[in-house]
Design a protein around this ligand. Structure first.
Ligand code: NFS
Ligand code: SF4
Length: 641
């Protein structure tokens, strides 16, 4: 386990060691116990879709070449892969649907605990959807929410209404390939249909549906989640905060919100400021109430309220190891079922809230938007009442946290990079065109015990910014960057190349821009779209000098995200490969042939520095195709080497 944490932040190292000493089992122990993992699974070539199976194909040709039904290795690998896309798209999109429901509820009910916070954004989304944006705000919010909800289940073939945010040329490419998503739910259902026994067996045709489904996530469900969350909870703008387990307080009641949807966490963030609750905390011997987040719900409330981040995916159990958490409340996604046994070693109360995500043996307080504040108060009160159970001798709050600047959105990037006087992407495009910025990269995604914790995230990001590539980040990568000091404006001096440093210096931003949670990868799509429409860098996302990566990916959501970036024309790199390595044909298709069809392609590269170099090579190739000058300080740099 130690090897896996050699590059981790000090807080994680300290608490993982404590878990070891106390014989408390955490994720790295379970990972070790699981070795060796099934090679057929890793290669994607086992099938248990029907009960004539399970079938597995020997990739070296010494066993049967086909399943009982006759499915070959390519069919099996492709079916498994697109089912991952369906899982990921479903998770993101169901989240989007919930936000749309919350907006509708707020619009229809004056006394709702939710109100429209960003009227401008509501109006601009209304215009995108072809809705008259004048008139009563509640009425408009209801219409926008209904139009978005309609994209989940529409039955015509016109395509999602929100797709109009994509560049025109891109939409044409999708049309010609017949991958324009028709409705979010339909694409997920169609994957399940096509991958049922005896339906689609042509691996390229299966992947095509995977792409259509992934697009319905990125440009559909996720985009709806982001846009409507901004409307409901406010569009982020740059703010300061802190990250890592050192944000937990010795004196306060500590509440951790973990999961993904902002509907509950945003209310908890607000209600925790309630005077009466603060008094109650004091009456119970605490100094106050501290809220901190884990995973993407952390990103949601960081971006909008500056609530500190306790940690990312692999720190969820470590947070409980501090012995200082009175209550952890979870909603959906990326919740380790192992949380319960770690919580059981301490006084920590674990609370589930979503009817979609219960954990056996864990107390469930069902969250309903209609009673949001009331439920938030109930949960916070429980935490306060649990404070006296904290065992002082067991408390270990690591002395490690980092300062950060977060809160970038497609709108605030617009304002910040546009300079003080004109809100426009022009200066950003100009910086790329002049070669001051080489290009941009989205580095996103999970952490995974199958790799040294966060080593790939940090090494890749550092290599990119050193070479004048501006990095935008979301999800657990954003939290990794925060913990390692890369989200501070000063990081530009320390790590960025001269061109990027000049840009950061001029506008006072970090070299790595935190744009939110994983559904907020849709912000990256919109930023790319805006760069295209600003002009001078081609007509399509595929023309831009940009690349994407998820160096330590873990979840099905990451597979869906990667696919919608590839299908939007972005070269996308993973650390560990997708589970397709058993199928040579599928592997070649995804990493080579697909580029000619759709403009983007996959790359698998475990070495993070090499992966960054490949991204830079791709960026340079795109610069050359655009006939741009080489990066401004490149020559100087080669002189340095
Ligand atoms: Ni994204 Fe967010 Fe983290 Fe991975 Fe999980 S928290 S939605 S899936 S693990 S980045
Ligand atoms: Fe085997 Fe075919 Fe059934 Fe899959 S669908 S389990 S390959 S028989």
């Amino acid at each position: 386990m130690e090897d896996k944490l050699n590059h981790a932040d000090k807080a994680s190292q300290q608490l993982a060691a404590c878990a070891g000493e106390a014989h408390i089992e955490i994720v790295w122990d379970r990972y070790e116990a699981m070795q060796p993992q099934c090679g057929f699974g890793l290669l994607g070539i086992c099938c248990r879709i029907c009960s004539m199976g399970p079938c597995r194909i020997d990739p070296y040709g010494s066993g049967p070449a086909r399943g009982v039904c006759g499915a070959d290795i390519d069919t099996i690998a492709a079916r498994n892969l697109v089912r991952m896309i369906a899982g990921g798209a479903a998770a993101h999109s169901d989240h989007g649907r919930d936000i749309a429901h919350s907006l509708l509820l707020a619009a229809q009910n004056e006394d709702s605990d939710y109100q429209v916070k960003d009227e401008e954004k509501l109006k601009s989304l209304a215009r995108v959807l072809g809705i008259d944006s004048n008139g009563d705000i509640s009425q408009l919010a209801a219409e926008v929410a209904s139009a978005c909800l309609n994209d989940f289940g529409r039955q015509d073939d016109k395509g999602l209404a929100v797709l109009s945010m994509a560049p025109e040329k891109r939409r044409k490419i999708w049309q010609n390939l017949h991958v324009t998503p028709r409705s979010v739910d339909r694409e997920i259902v169609e994957i399940m249909h096509r991958t049922h026994m005896g339906v689609d067996t042509d691996y390229k045709n299966i992947i095509k549906q995977g792409i259509r489904c992934a697009l319905s996530d990125g440009w559909g469900g996720s985009l709806i989640a982001t846009e409507l969350s901004d409307i409901l909870f406010g569009t982020p703008s740059p703010l300061r905060s802190e990250a890592n387990l050192g944000v937990l307080s010795k004196e306060d009641v500590n509440i951790i919100v973990h999961g993904h949807e902002p509907t509950l966490s945003d209310i908890i963030a607000v209600v925790s400021q309630d005077k009466e609750l603060k008094e109650l905390a004091k009456a119970k011997g605490a100094a106050g109430i501290s809220v901190a987040g884990i995973c993407c719900t952390a990103n949601e409330i960081l971006m909008r309220h500056g609530i500190p981040v306790a940690g990312n995916f692999l720190q969820q159990e470590l947070a409980l190891m501090t012995g200082a958490v009175e209550l952890m409340v979870v909603d959906v996604q990326c919740l380790m079922p192992g949380l319960n046994s770690v919580a059981g070693c301490f006084h920590t109360k674990l609370i589930t809230t979503s009817p979609k995500a219960k954990i056996r043996g864990v107390e469930h307080i069902e969250f309903h938007e209609e009673k949001a504040v009331q439920i938030a108060k109930q949960i916070i009160t429980m935490a306060i009442n649990n404070f006296h159970e904290r065992v002082k001798e067991k408390v270990i709050i690591p002395d490690h946290k980092e300062k950060l600047v977060a809160g970038f959105s497609s709108e605030s990037v617009y304002a910040v990079l546009g300079g003080k006087y004109r809100a426009t992407y022009r200066p950003l495009n100009d910086a790329v065109m002049s070669g001051r910025l080489r290009g941009a990269a989205g580095v996103v995604g999970c952490c995974n015990p199958n790799m040294p914790y966060e080593e790939a995230h940090i090494k890749m990001v550092k290599e990119l910014i050193k070479n004048d590539v501006l990095v935008v980040t979301t999800g657990c990568n954003a939290i990794a960057c925060a913990k390692h000091g890369l989200l501070k404006p000063e990081a530009a001096y320390q790590y960025a190349g001269r061109g990027l440093r000049e840009v950061c210096n001029a506008v006072g931003i970090p070299p790595v821009l935190h744009v939110g949670s994983c559904v907020d990868n849709s912000r990256i799509l919109i930023i790319l779209s805006n760069i295209v429409s600003e002009g001078g860098l081609g007509e399509d996302i595929a023309d831009l000098p940009v690349a994407g990566a998820a160096p330590e990916w873990m979840s099905e959501k990451a597979v869906s995200i990667g696919f919608y970036f590839v299908a939007s024309g972005v070269y996308t790199v993973l650390g560990k490969p997708l589970p397709v390595m058993g199928s040579k044909n599928l592997h070649t298709y995804l990493t080579e042939e697909i580029e000619a069809e759709i403009g983007g392609k996959w790359e698998f590269e475990e070495d993070p520095v090499l992966a960054a170099r490949k991204m830079i090579t791709h960026i340079d190739k795109k610069r050359k195709a655009l006939k741009l000058k080489p990066c401004m300080y490149e020559q100087e740099k080669s002189g340095e080497k």
